[in-house]
Design a protein around this ligand. Structure first.
Ligand code: SF4
Length: 469
């Protein structure tokens, strides 16, 4: 047979280059990971959660507290040992080590590239340099195969929506602004477009995140953008109002995180009372005593937080408040700490977390006089948590006998043996859950990502137990 007539086998298509991806850290880091993964997939890279078989590995790190730094450095070490070709991104990537050099490079000189957080383009540049982009005429014609919402790392029925990056505050215990820079708000049109795509894609709960949600739009002087052909200001009130309107036809929830107790929040609470957005506020208060708040340089430290919370509750009795606190901040006196315990009892914060103050490398608070011994900080944390748990338990007990709408997170076998879900009072990952008993009616099923009504029959620790119907 002549060469010309030989039937050659079809060309073996080269497998797409594979990028291993590890995402550590908070929801803000998770949304950075989602942007990078979306871009990788749009360019035809394969992605995986493992190091084996990957052509290179990206580690998205966290650098907030010492434990997170250790976990991130260990993961980079593991990726280097198992794969050898590692790109580092995220908060730890922006951290300086001893003598002023880059900490990650000092600890792991063999990494291919290091970027700070929120650096999709820089990460992609490093990927292109070390693992050339596959050419696929089909994929190359598709600008973004996942729509404007991109790839999500959360289960399909809830998603985080990041509205801004960075922070204009300079809380003395925090190094985020030095890692993530000043506030940069995303254009409101883009944010609303992403929200709409998420709801259209099946998301039933949208979690709005940022470093400071109340400050949305300050950097762009509340510039007017456009959504659906209509002008809309880049400001929290307009954002929340419009998100509520977009969510409504999908019967979906909108939940707000990282809201500071500024007077502007007073305008949001009526939207919660009318059901436009969930009556749930994640307000990181950190302390109650005005002097401690001043030493912390907290946003809205001059506000009368207790009165404000009482006014919010009067305007919206359903309101659930989650907050975080720090016990044993440098210089905290017993009297200041007692003020915090009293505040906790009076404000009746539904969900509270508390850290014993722990020095973060590079934070201004390390130089505040009066560092307390670790045992005292821990002891105060435990005392705070005892009060917080009492408050939370009595708030949960108050729900027994009521009927709530529950978003189902897990329901093996269509829920025939029960399942797990959450009410408006529970944000995923950080709050409690609602344990669902097997439905009494034989025809009743539970499906992940769907809502069910349930009667609350008991409380267990941070969780509720409910009978779906
Ligand atoms: S508000 Fe304070 S704690 Fe929050 S990111 Fe900004 S500086 Fe850090």
């Amino acid at each position: 047979m002549s060469e010309a007539t030989t039937l050659s086998p079809p060309p073996i298509s080269k497998p797409a280059p594979k990028v291993g991806f590890v995402s550590l850290g908070c929801p803000k880091a998770l949304t950075d990971s989602e942007l990078i993964l979306t871009q990788l997939s749009a360019e035809g890279y394969q992605t995986s959660k493992t190091f084996q078989g990957a052509d290179l590995v990206i580690v998205n790190t966290c650098g907030f507290i010492d434990d997170a730094v250790k976990e991130s450095l260990d993961t980079i070490g593991e990726a280097l040992a198992e794969n050898g070709r590692v790109i580092v991104t995220g908060c730890l990537g922006a951290k300086t080590g001893e003598g002023g050099g880059n900490l990650v490079r000092q600890m792991h000189p063999k990494v291919l590239a290091v970027t700070g957080p929120h650096a999709t383009q820089e990460v992609m540049d490093a990927v292109h340099l070390n693992l050339p982009k596959p050419h696929d005429p089909f994929i190359d014609l598709v600008p973004n195969s996942f729509g404007s919402a991109g790839i999500k790392l959360t289960p399909r029925h809830y998603a985080y929506l990041k509205i801004s990056e960075g922070c204009n505050h300079r809380c003395t215990f925090c190094i985020i602004p030095s890692m993530r820079g000043d506030l940069v708000s995303r254009p409101i049109g883009d944010v609303l477009k992403e929200a709409h795509a998420l709801f259209a894609g099946g998301v039933k709960e949208l979690l709005v995140i940022s470093q400071d949600t109340s400050a949305y739009g300050v950097d762009v002087k509340y510039r007017t953008g456009f959504w659906d052909g209509k002008p809309v200001k880049t400001r929290m009130l307009e954002l929340v109002q419009t998100l509520g309107e977009i969510a409504e036809p999908y019967g979906a929830w909108v939940r707000l995180h990282y809201v500071y107790p500024y007077p502007s929040v007073d305008e949001i609470v009526p939207l919660m009372a009318t059901g436009k957005v969930l009556p749930y506020l994640d307000v990181p208060l950190q302390h109650s005593h005005p002097d401690v708040l001043k030493r912390m340089k907290r946003p809205a430290s001059g506000e009368r937080n207790l009165e404000r919370i009482q006014q919010w509750r009067a305007a919206c009795p359903e309101l659930v408040i989650r907050s975080t606190f720090i016990a044993g901040f440098p210089g905290e006196t017993e009297e200041e700490f007692s003020h915090l315990l009293d505040f906790m009892r009076e404000a009746r914060i539904d969900r509270a977390g508390c850290f014993a103050y722990s020095a973060v490398d590079g934070a201004v608070a390390n130089d505040i006089p009066g560092m307390l011994p670790m045992e005292l900080r821990e002891e105060r944390r435990a005392r705070f948590m005892a009060v917080a748990e009492e408050v939370s338990a009595s708030m949960l007990q108050g729900r027994v006998g009521s009927t709530m709408q529950i978003l189902v997170d897990s329901a093996p076998g269509m829920g025939k043996k029960g399942g797990v879900g959450r009410s408006y009072a529970d944000a995923p990952e950080i709050d409690g859950v609602v344990r669902l008993l097997p439905p009494e009616k034989i025809s009743k099923t539970l499906k992940v990502g769907e809502f069910t009504k349930a009667r609350i029959v008991g409380a267990q620790g941070h969780d509720l137990v409910a009978q779906p119907f």
